[in-house]
Design a protein around this ligand. Structure first.
Ligand code: FES
Length: 161
């Protein structure tokens, strides 16, 4: 095609690229807002309860025994833990922040404890530090921070301090 100096027919390469990227972004957004076909909410922080910015409520059915649910409390990442300790059911809300250098930590589902990916400190499900096999301490010296939790019938309420 010769360029006669007239305005070319159709759209320019730049316009076409912009349109394609725009369409791609729209498709991506659509994919992101569509529910995960697997149906898993793992890793998705729960929103603060409506009407009370400092309180979170969950159904006791949301977290089976010996399970951990990622949550967000007042903008802080955390975990709602449902566990058995000394023969009694316990509900704990732990901050997802290593007490060494404040790294986020991971819950190792199969092993049943938390581990910091940065310097490898390990925490029990109740947020206390695990015993280390070599007898030395972990870089972290303090247990995970906890928020108060109240069980009210079939509801678990976390109270941000
Ligand atoms: S930040 Fe977690 S062990 Fe150092």
């Amino acid at each position: 095609m010769q360029n006669s100096g007239d305005k070319p027919e159709g759209i320019s390469r730049r316009d076409m690229l912009g349109r394609l990227l725009g369409a791609g972004c729209t498709a991506c957004l659509g994919a992101l807002t569509t529910a995960c076909p697997g149906g898993s909410d793992w890793g998705k922080p729960h929103k603060l309860a409506e009407g009370d910015a400092e309180q979170l409520e969950f159904s006791t059915a949301d977290v089976p025994l010996n399970a951990v649910l990622p949550i967000s409390v007042g903008g802080q990442a955390g975990f709602l833990v449902h566990m058995e300790q000394d023969g009694a059911e316990q509900w704990l809300a732990l901050e997802n922040k290593c007490t060494h250098k404040k790294s986020k930590i991971d819950f190792l589902q199969d092993e049943g404890y938390f581990k910091c990916p940065l310097h490898k400190s390990e925490y029990n499900m109740d947020g206390t530090l695990r015993e280390r096999e070599n007898g030395k301490g972990w870089p972290a010296k303090q247990p995970l921070k906890q928020w108060p939790v109240e069980v009210r019938g079939s509801r678990v309420v976390i109270i941000a301090s």
